[in-house]
Structure formats: structure tokens, C-alpha cells
Write a protein that binds this ligand. Structure first.
Ligand SMILES: N#Cc1c(-c2ccc3ccn(Cc4ccccn4)c3c2)n[nH]c1N
Length: 246
């Protein structure tokens, strides 16, 4: 998978050189290219923002540097690829990023992340690239950040770890929160007793069926307590199980 990131703060993405993603890069599983938007602003001060049309507080990112940066990336994309690159703009006005979306995006061969700052990017940039290809505005949650960089790092981590070969043991991806629509069960390790707090005996029983049942029950109970909206109506007890005899 190729990942291009356009930002005025390229240093944010040094984080992608660390840990799992750094190793995946070294192994050629992920090709990350970070572009400084200011390299595409050619005035003396490398200006990337201007006052909002119609007035209002703050500044808006000018379209010209974005056009030059994104045109360059698209022109450099693999012409033999099945599909054109998908351009993702983190935005508080975007569709909410979920594990389902992460799985969907992990199937892509080329993702481009456009990190806005200030009050956002001139709308015509979104319109231009949506007319020419595939664009999605995506939000990582209902709160306001100062720009798209942190959201991009979060999304890149969630997506890249699903790319085959990036995570050592693919089985560890199966029983994770949200993979089956439920929150993950609580985890324990050694020692069996710590400050008079015991590991649940079922986990030490060696009875794998009982352990699996306990973990499923814990996932449903934790989801019911913390995120009831993730449960199906049947799991919430609002309907009888479909197989139940009348
Ligand atoms: N994803 C995501 C985001 C963002 C986000 C993403 C990109 C930009 C570019 C500028 N700003 C600041 C800003 C302030 C005020 C109104 C609009 N925008 C961003 C914020 N905030 N919260 C999320 N879940």
C-alpha cells in the first residue's frame, strides 16, 4: 500500500517511522510519502492561507498549493493500478471513521491524506478532486482538533495494521474491540494474584469452550454497559432470538 500525506507540518509524521509501521515501511509493506504543502506555495512567504470569503474569523487554506500538490501525486500514481488513488480529507464535517471503514480502506492500494489546518481547506479543492476521482471527508470523532494531522496518524495506524503482514500474528486482529461489533473482553496475565486481586478462575481452567463463552459474555456485558448502541436489538433483549420457537 502506498500512502501519501500532504501537510504543512511534515514533522508530525516522524511518528510513522516508529514501531510496527516503521518496520512495515522497512519491509516494503507500506510506502509512506510525506509532502510539505509549503513546497507548492511559491510566493516569498510560502503562503498557504488567506482570509475567508464572506468574512468571519480565522483563515482558510488557499486552493492553488493544494492543486499543485495533489496534481503532482496523482500524476505520479501507478498507471497500472486497478483504481485511482482515494483522497481522504480529515474533517470535522466528515463521515465518522470506524473499524468497518478501516477494513474497507485497508483494501486500497493507494491512499492520499490531505491534512488541513486553520479553519479548513477551500471547498473548491474537494469539488475539483471529487469531479476527477475519489474523495472522502472523514472525521475521527465529535470533537475539534487544530488540523488533520493527528486524525491522519490515527487512521493510518488503524488501516495499516490491517494490511497483510504488518501485524505478526493475524489472529490477534480477530478478537479486537469492534471487529465483531462488540467491545473487547477484559485481559489478564500473570501473576494469578496481585494485591489480592485474582485472575478469573475460568481463565486458568484450561477449558477453552468455557473461556470462549466467558469472553463472549464479558464482551456483550461491557458493550451493553459502555456502548449499548453497538448491540443488536436481539443482544439488547428487545426482540426474541429469531430461532426461538413461538
Ligand atoms: N478528522 C478530523 C477532525 C478535525 C479536523 C480535521 C481537519 C482540520 C483542518 C482544520 N481543522 C481545524 C478546524 C477548526 C474549526 C473548524 C473546522 N476545522 C481541522 C479539524 N477536528 N476534529 C476531528 N474529528
Amino acid at each position: 500500500m502506498r500512502l501519501d500525506v500532504v501537510t504543512i507540518f511534515p514533522g508530525y509524521f516522524d511518528a510513522l517511522e516508529l514501531s510496527l509501521l516503521g518496520k512495515a515501511k522497512q519491509r516494503g509493506l507500506i510506502d509512506v510519502r510525506v509532502h510539505d504543502l509549503r513546497d507548492h506555495a511559491h510566493d516569498k512567504h510560502r503562503t498557504v492561507d488567506d482570509t475567508p470569503a464572506g468574512g468571519g474569523a480565522g483563515m482558510v487554506m488557499k486552493p492553488e498549493p493544494w492543486g499543485e500538490a495533489l496534481d503532482g501525486i496523482l500524476a505520479d500514481a501507478d498507471p497500472a493500478a486497478d483504481t485511482e488513488p482515494l483522497i481522504i480529507f480529515p474533517s470535522p464535517a466528515g463521515e465518522v471513521f470506524t473499524q468497518r471503514m478501516a477494513r474497507e480502506l485497508a483494501e486500497e492500494s493507494h491512499l492520499v491524506f490531505g491534512c488541513g489546518r486553520y479553519e479548513g481547506i477551500d471547498q473548491r479543492v474537494f469539488d475539483e478532486y471529487a469531479a476527477r476521482g475519489r474523495v472522502r471527508l472523514v472525521s475521527i470523532g465529535d470533537y475539534i482538533l487544530n488540523g488533520g494531522e493527528v486524525a491522519t496518524i490515527a487512521m493510518v495506524e488503524a488501516i495499516a495494521r490491517l494490511v497483510p503482514g504488518v501485524v505478526g500474528n493475524p489472529e490477534s486482529l480477530v478478537e479486537e474491540s469492534h471487529e465483531d461489533g462488540l467491545l473487547e473482553y477484559p485481559s489478564y496475565t500473570k501473576p494469578a494474584s496481585w494485591r489480592s486481586r485474582e485472575v478469573p478462575p475460568v481463565l486458568l481452567s484450561g477449558n477453552h469452550a468455557a473461556i470462549a463463552a466467558w469472553r463472549q459474555e464479558q464482551s456483550v456485558e461491557r458493550t451493553r454497559r459502555v456502548r449499548p448502541e453497538l448491540l443488536t436489538r436481539e443482544q439488547r433483549g428487545e426482540t426474541r432470538p429469531r430461532h426461538a420457537a413461538e
